[in-house]
Design a protein around this ligand. Structure first.
Ligand code: TYD
Length: 210
């Protein structure tokens, strides 16, 4: 089990403003002198980044949903063992851009593999390293796509279209409902400043920052 430190994950649909909020959070933690690392999934270590390149390669159109779920999980095990757990055990705040809830929302709900399958292939992460806090940036895919200005044609996942992303969104909503203590829901339709204020409120409430 993770004992020391604190593990925070940020989740949301494409275009939910995650990158903007991560930047703001990084600046904030730097200024407050906290001991932290930022990382991302899929990826986060050299091996996991190689797996990321296979998963996100727009040419890999034949990839089976199960293969995709297993690759995310393989990338995650490497990331957890090599980077997340050591950092957390040394007392650091670990902030991760996407983690297991992405597998639940995208692979279990949207691809339709189901929670049992996805939990099963992610047993290492589930048993050893669940997030202490997950921040879900809540904005519908319609609103998110409009804000982003449409999908990126080279990204295999973003080619999946609006119907897929609606399922992802409903998946996240269900996960938030099922895990109210771990997942904090933030209204991401607000301005970036307001969203960040809400994130800071949550971090204070959980006593991660003073
Ligand atoms: P990325 O370009 O990092 O997307 P974003 O900027 O939206 O975070 O690509 C990551 C993609 O991988 C994104 O579409 C979500 C997807 N994903 C899964 O489907 N399952 C997972 O377990 C993870 C971590 C990501």
């Amino acid at each position: 089990m993770c004992k020391k430190g604190f593990f925070i994950t940020l989740e949301g649909c494409e275009g939910s403003g995650k990158s903007t909020q991560l930047k703001k959070l990084e600046e904030f933690l730097k200024e407050s002198g906290k001991d932290f690392i930022f990382t991302r999934e899929p990826g986060g270590t050299p091996i996991a980044e190689k797996i990321r390149a296979i998963i996100l390669d727009g040419k890999n159109v034949e990839m089976a949903d199960e293969t995709e779920a297993l690759l995310y999980s393989a990338s995650r095990v490497q990331h957890v063992k090599e980077k997340i757990l050591p950092a957390k055990q040394s007392g650091k705040i670990v902030v991760c851009d996407r983690y297991i809830d992405s597998s639940f929302a995208y692979q279990a709900y949207a691809r339709g593999l189901g929670m049992d399958f996805v939990k099963g292939v992610n047993v290492y992460a589930v048993e050893n390293c669940m997030p202490d806090l997950t921040i879900f940036l809540d904005i519908s895919p319609e609103d998110a796509f409009n804000r982003k200005g449409g999908a990126d044609k080279d990204d295999r996942l973003e080619q999946s279209g609006l119907e897929f992303h609606k399922k992802v969104y409903l998946g996240y909503k269900q996960l938030a409902k099922d895990n109210p203590h771990r997942i904090a829901v933030i209204n991401a339709k607000q301005s970036a400043e307001e969203v960040f204020e809400d994130i800071i409120k949550i971090l204070k409430k959980r006593q991660i920052i003073g």
